[in-house]
Write a protein that binds this ligand. Structure first.
Ligand code: FE2
Ligand code: FE2
Length: 234
């Protein structure tokens, strides 16, 4: 009796399953999983009945791929920003409070993510998309947790007005090799219209909008709005 060797390989060539099976018997194919992708079959097309030795390779489609380059937008995003997310100084922002229960780390992640996705949807240049992700992650990379500082500064020196400059200086200090004019301008001008000079480039406009969009979550959550209200009216 003839025995056939059937191999199932993943997208990266790793062996998922190997079976030796009698001629004419039914083969059960595995259902592989890959982060950010959807499995949609085998190359060559899988045939259930064992007739000869076969090597099958898994086919995947990205779940999100606005620029149709076959690579998951989310996977690309993490590749661009992971060095920032894992940076020791940046990790301290997990302990900084932002709005409500959200940490500054999470807020920065959200702004970066939305602005990046919008840039992809708008089919902006690869370099611009990358700039947007980095600028978004660092737009609030100011020095200290301002919720812990007694702010006795004069009005125009208060957090809302000065933190964008701080974030720019800090980004230059910790991530100089990733900085360029467009990223620095986006970070420095993200508080438009509070700070009256508007962003100079597309990157900056996207960060400014994403920052406002993400912060609107505060309004959706009535508890935070309520406690904000009660504090003001005591
Ligand atoms: Fe900010
Ligand atoms: Fe922000």
């Amino acid at each position: 009796m003839k025995i056939h060797n059937i191999k199932f390989l993943d997208y990266d060539g790793k062996l998922i399953k190997e079976i030796n099976i009698e001629d004419g018997k039914k083969i059960k194919s595995p259902k592989p999983k890959r982060y950010f992708y959807k499995f949609y079959g085998w190359r060559p097309t899988f045939s259930e009945i064992a007739r000869k030795d076969m090597v099958y390779k898994a086919k995947y489609k990205p779940k999100m791929d606005y620029d149709n380059n076959g690579i998951s937008d989310e996977e690309e995003f993490l590749k661009i920003v992971s060095h920032i997310l894992n940076n020791e100084e940046f990790l301290k922002r997990k302990k900084f409070k932002h709005h409500g229960e959200t940490s500054l780390y999470e807020h920065s992640f959200a702004v970066s993510y939305y602005a990046y996705i919008w840039a992809k949807k708008l089919h902006l240049k690869r370099k611009t998309v990358k700039n947007v992700a980095i600028a978004g992650m660092l737009h609030d990379f100011y020095y200290e947790d301002w919720t812990k500082i007694k702010d006795n500064r004069p009005f125009f020196k208060k957090h809302g007005f000065v933190h964008a400059k701080e974030a720019k200086n800090n980004s230059l200090k910790y991530f100089k090799e990733y900085m360029n004019d467009r990223i620095l301008n986006a970070i420095e001008r993200h508080m438009f219209p509070l700070n009256i000079t508007p962003p100079k480039y597309k990157e900056g406009w996207l960060i400014t909008l994403a920052d406002k969009y993400v912060s609107m979550d505060v309004i959706k959550d009535y508890k935070i709005l309520y406690s904000f209200f009660s504090r003001k009216h005591r």
